[in-house]
Design a protein around this ligand. Structure first.
Ligand code: ZN
Length: 324
């Protein structure tokens, strides 16, 4: 049975079971969509690779399934401690972003004020991730894989969660560039995202990684993800190189977080406009009761616009080029 099939067939809960491969690698299904992979020789890094936090983002789920099948067959060597996560199986079964609410707004305890299935799942994922990271002192990494609702001028990019007093890791950004990413977006505020949770709680090098546009299971052109898959294989097998230099990856910083304050909110971007579309200075990007945002400089760009959300949630980010 595959990790993906088992998860989709048991969307709410699964019986724990484990399997030791001939190589000594141990696979342990802890709960539905949560699988721990332990190398024969403990150590290395402690890596969480997650996907399907949004249920309809199928390409990353297929990537994780592919990595699982290569591990299970013995084709892919395992040199690091891994936790593979398929985030929201009920939403994946329904081919929707979420069932009740956006799972990626519920981490860092934000699930406590909600009783939806996503809130329960966020709590469960937090507890397994906590257990995983606390098992050892190895350097902690987290790559949360996504695809985006709309097209993007820069197709592959990562969101680096706000680090408070820590420094951005150039080595990690260079690794992401090696994985085919074209841009990195530096966050400037706390968030309810999975990557912010692992970054803040465990000091992990954590990223939300956007790899292209949402498509249905089976409709993804997996050749589009070859560089990212290669990077993940290098990570899993202990061939990762975190000493690369930055080349041409573009760096952006968030300059405005547009929060939906009322039903009057209007985003002045076309429905088919791509993420990272650049605007001249003075362009009106968002308006709400008593609020408007006009670009402060030439070349500011918008990312992740979404209007159909509850009041109080983030409707759009505006970003501007920066340097590390
Ligand atoms: Zn997503």
């Amino acid at each position: 049975m595959s990790f993906l099939q088992t998860t989709l067939a048991n969307p709410v809960s699964a019986e724990p079971h484990s399997l030791t491969l001939k190589s000594g690698v141990n696979l342990e299904l802890l709960e539905t969509g949560i699988l721990r992979v332990s190398p024969a020789q403990p150590g290395g890094h402690r890596i969480v690779i997650s996907c399907g936090i949004h249920g309809n983002e199928t390409a990353p789920i297929e990537m994780v399934e592919q990595l699982f099948s290569e591990i299970k067959s013995g084709e892919l060597r395992v040199a690091n401690e891994l936790l593979l996560i398929i985030g929201n199986p009920p939403a994946a079964n329904q081919a929707v972003r979420f069932v009740d609410e956006n799972l990626n707004r519920l981490f860092s305890g934000k699930h406590q004020s909600s009783s939806t299935q996503e809130a329960r799942r966020a709590k469960l994922i937090e507890s397994y991730v906590t257990e995983f990271y606390q098992r050892g002192e190895e350097p902690r990494l987290h790559y949360d894989l996504h695809t985006a609702i709309r097209g993007s001028e820069l197709e592959k990019f990562a969101v680096y969660p706000y680090l408070h007093d820590r420094d951005w890791s150039k080595a990690q950004i260079a690794f992401l560039e090696h994985c085919g990413l074209e841009a990195i977006l530096l966050s400037t505020k706390p968030a309810g995202t999975f990557s912010y949770f692992t970054s803040t709680q465990f000091g992990a090098d954590s990223f939300t990684i956007e790899l292209g546009k949402v498509r249905k299971f089976g409709d993804n052109d997996m050749s589009n993800f070859a560089d990212a898959m290669q990077g993940l294989r290098e990570l899993i097998s202990g061939q990762e190189d975190f000493s690369r230099e930055l080349k041409s990856i573009q760096v952006f910083s968030v300059v405005e977080e547009v929060i939906k304050q009322s039903e009057a909110l209007t985003l002045h971007v076309a429905d088919d406009a791509k993420n990272f579309t650049a605007f001249p200075k003075g362009s009106l990007l968002a308006s709400d009761e008593g609020y408007e945002y006009r670009t402060q400089e030439d070349g500011e760009r918008f990312v992740f616009p979404i209007i159909n959300i509850p009041i109080g949630q983030r409707a759009m980010l505006v970003v501007a080029p920066t340097t590390l």
